[in-house]
Ligand binder design. Sequence first.
Ligand code: CTP
Length: 219
Amino acid sequence: MNGGLAGKRVLVSAGPTFEDIDPVRFIGNRSSGRMGFAVAAAAVEAGAEVVLVAGPVHLPTPDGVQRIDVRSAAQLHDAVLGALPADVYIGAAAVADFTPRAVSEHKIKKTAGSDTLVLELVRTRDVLAEVAAHASRPSLVVGFAAETHDVERYALGKLEAKRLDMIAANRVGVDGSGFESAENALDVYWPGGKRALGPGPKTEVARQLIHLIQKQMTA
Ligand code: CTP
């Protein structure tokens, strides 16, 4: 333990969310949760008190972490906002941007004569932006951006639009980076600076990110 985050409360969200359609179906995404879990573990190593809000993943809880399991974007929202105040929020969860307007009480059946099914989706609340605008705003709010192209442009756009202190962009859909890989490479941006981390094991990249966060807190 290097102790750089001793006395700090770090709140991390990780994993996907599952948005139920009916009792047997949901809309999910390919987030494994591994990057967020590695970030939580690295924050514990740095001496922080860590609360991890985890979407539906099959991963062991890192030692020393207080874990709150959730399923949907709405549950993740309530758990994260309910865990404030914190000194740092790291939004590593791949939160669904849209959820079905209503969950069907019964399994949706095929209808004779119809080849299509229309699902009406509504926007979810942006947890990261709400944390950044909260009355108990953490001193450092860090977002993640999963981008397939124009990584820097989109990452900087989110940094500003959501009023973040830092954003870690990973390029999904390329080898050695992203959702289902044990390795990752991040391009981290903050107002006036940027740094490339990795490629390397997610555990190592997470330690480097926590190190950058520590430096930013004392800057
Ligand atoms: N996020 C969130 N709540 C949401 C959606 C996203 O807190 N409802 C957070 C994620 O945890 C991540 C960041 O926002 O830290 C970026 O999410 P992403 O889905 O990549 O970006 P969006 O802002 O939703 O933009 P787009 O889908 O257009 O890429």
